[in-house]
Unconditional design. Structure first.
Length: 351
C-alpha cells in the first residue's frame, strides 16, 4: 500500500475519470460502503445497495453518473465502477518490486540460467537446464523441473510445482499448491490391467495467466496442453492433457476439463462445471454453475444444466417419480397410439 494514500484529484486523474467533491480528500485503504471510514475508498457496483450511499462514511466512492446524486461524500464517476475500483485498488496496493538473489537454502543446478534480477526463495529447487527470466519471483518451497522456462515478471507465490519442460509466459501469477505439467491421465487396457501411456508433450502457459491454489494442468500426451494469454483459473481446477484454452477465458473453482477439449476465447465457466473430453467449445460461450457439458457448443451463448436446490420434501417426491419415468413414457406412447386410432376413425371404439 502507498505510505500516505492518494488524493481524490490524483486518483481520478490516474483513472481518467471525472470526480466531484473536495479534491484534497485522501484515501489509503479500501472497504465496503457500510464499514468504510473517512480514509477508505469504496464503490457501488450493484444498485440494490444504493441506499447505503446516504449513510456511508467513505472518503471516496466510485459509482456511475446515475448514482452520483445519491452520494453524500466525494465521488469518482465511472461507466464501470467495478473495473475502476480494481484499478484504484492496484494504485493503493502496488506489488512489491522483486529484489534479485538466491536464498541460502535453495538448491540450484549449475546448468540453470537465472536472471540476476530474479528471486529464488527458501528451500526452492531449480533443476538442470531451467531458465528463469528477469524479475521472476520464486517463492518458498517451489520446484522448478528440468528444462522449465519462466518468462519475465512472473510470480510463483509458494509451493508451486512446474514439472519438466513446462513453459510459463510473462506476468503469470501462480498460487500455492499449483501443479503444472504433471503426466496426463492416459492408460491403455491390457486385460484386467492398465498400462501407462507416456505423456511426452508439455504444458504451456501464455502471458498474464493466473492459476489458483491447488489447480492442476496436465502435460500433453503427444502435443502440448496450452493455456492462452490472459486466462484466469480459480482454485481446485483440473485441466486434462492436450486441452487448449483460448485467450481471456475464465474458470471458477471445482471445474474439471477432460482431455483434448478445445475451449475458445473470452469464455466463462462457472463453478463445478464438468466437461467431457474431445469437445469443441466456441468463443464467447458461457456455462453457468454445475453445468454438465457432454457435447460440443461451437456457437456463442449462455448454457446451463443441472437441477437447482429445492425443499427436501419436494426433492424426495421428484426422485420417487423419476423411478417411474420409463413406465410413464411407455403408457404415454400407448395413449398417443390410441388417440391416433380414434382420430382416424371417429365414432368407432377400438376393439
Amino acid at each position: 500500500m502507498t505510505a500516505d494514500g492518494i488524493l481524490l484529484e490524483e486518483l481520478a486523474g490516474r483513472l481518467g475519470e471525472p470526480y466531484r467533491g473536495d479534491p484534497r480528500s485522501r484515501v489509503s485503504r479500501v472497504a465496503d460502503l457500510v464499514s468504510a471510514g473517512s480514509d477508505c475508498l469504496s464503490f457501488l457496483g450493484d444498485r440494490k445497495y444504493r441506499h447505503h450511499l446516504a449513510e456511508t462514511r467513505a472518503g471516496v466512492v466510485i459509482l456511475t453518473e446515475a448514482d452520483a446524486d445519491a452520494a453524500v461524500v466525494p465521488v469518482v464517476i465511472s461507466r464501470n465502477p467495478y473495473l475502476s475500483f480494481a484499478r484504484a485498488a492496484q494504485l493503493l496496493f502496488p506489488e512489491q518490486p522483486v529484489i534479485g538473489g538466491v536464498h541460502a537454502s535453495a538448491v540450484v543446478d549449475a546448468t540453470a540460467r537465472i536472471d540476476c534480477s530474479a528471486w529464488i526463495g527458501p528451500t526452492s529447487v531449480i533443476e538442470a537446464g531451467a531458465r528463469i527470466g528477469p524479475r521472476v519471483f520464486i517463492g518458498p518451497g517451489c520446484i522448478i523441473g528440468e528444462g522449465v522456462e519462466i518468462d519475465a515478471d512472473s510470480r510463483l507465490v509458494a509451493r508451486v510445482t512446474l514439472c519438466h519442460g513446462t513453459r510459463v509466459g510473462k506476468r503469470a501469477l501462480l498460487y500455492p499448491g499449483a501443479v503444472i505439467g504433471r503426466a496426463g491421465f492416459g492408460f491403455a487396457k491390457d486385460g484386467e490391467r492398465w498400462v501407462r501411456i507416456p505423456q511426452v508433450g508439455r504444458a504451456v502457459l501464455g502471458d498474464d495467466v493466473e492459476i489458483g491454489a491447488n489447480t492442476t494442468v496436465d502435460r500433453g500426451a503427444i502435443g502440448d496442453t496450452r493455456i492462452g494469454d490472459g486466462v484466469k483459473l480459480d482454485n481446485h481446477i483440473q485441466i486434462g492433457h492436450n486441452v487448449q484454452v483460448g485467450e481471456h477465458t475464465a474458470m471458477a473453482a471445482m471445474t474439471g476439463i477432460s482431455g483434448s477439449t478445445l475451449i475458445g476465447r473470452n469464455c466463462t465457466i462457472a463453478g463445478a462445471v464438468g466437461m467431457a473430453g474431445h469437445l469443441v467449445i466456441g468463443d464467447q460461450v458461457h456455462f453457468t454453475g454445475q453445468a454438465m457439458v457432454t457435447r460440443s457448443f461451437p456457437d456463442a451463448g449462455s448454457y446451463s444444466s443441472g437441477i437447482p436446490a429445492m425443499p427436501s420434501a419436494e426433492w424426495r417426491r421428484n426422485v420417487a417419480r423419476f423411478r417411474h419415468l420409463d413406465e410413464l413414457s411407455r403408457r404415454l406412447k400407448q395413449l398417443e397410439a390410441r388417440v391416433a386410432l380414434l382420430s382416424a376413425a371417429p365414432g368407432q371404439e377400438e376393439d
